[in-house]
Design a protein around this ligand. Structure first.
Ligand SMILES: [Zn+2]
Length: 120
């Protein structure tokens, strides 16, 4: 049984939480055209490493808020918990973020705003 340290409520039993899967999946913007295959990669493919993984969790039986966690999938150790919309601060978390195949995907690049066109 895991003891998860909710950033809003403190340490609680794992049963109060649900895992929301991979964190930091950027949605491609409508202005940036990508192929159907690239969009399917964004929509269906998920990173599933043996080791350090960045994932979203929700404290459903408590504050009902979402947060991110850096967890080692081998040892189940939670290395870091951080707020939604922020980046991991731990060395392992930063490394896991950078090494994720998604960082080089077309969908991730299409999630960045296109440069302003026709403006001086
Ligand atoms: Zn909570």
């Amino acid at each position: 049984m895991l003891l998860i340290n909710c950033p809003h409520c403190g340490a609680r039993d794992e049963a109060e939480f649900s895992c929301g899967g991979e964190a930091h999946i950027a949605r491609p913007l409508a202005d940036n055209a990508i192929s159907d295959q690239q969009f399917a990669d964004y929509l269906f493919w998920r990173h599933n490493p043996k080791g350090v993984f960045l994932e979203r969790w929700r404290h459903g039986a408590g504050c009902r808020k979402w947060f991110n966690a850096v967890r080692d999938t081998v040892t189940d150790e939670i290395i870091e918990i951080y707020d939604m919309g922020t980046m991991p601060k731990s060395k392992l978390g930063k490394q896991a973020y950078a090494e994720n195949w998604r960082r080089a995907s077309a969908a991730e690049k299409a999630a960045q705003p296109a440069k302003a066109k026709g403006k001086k």
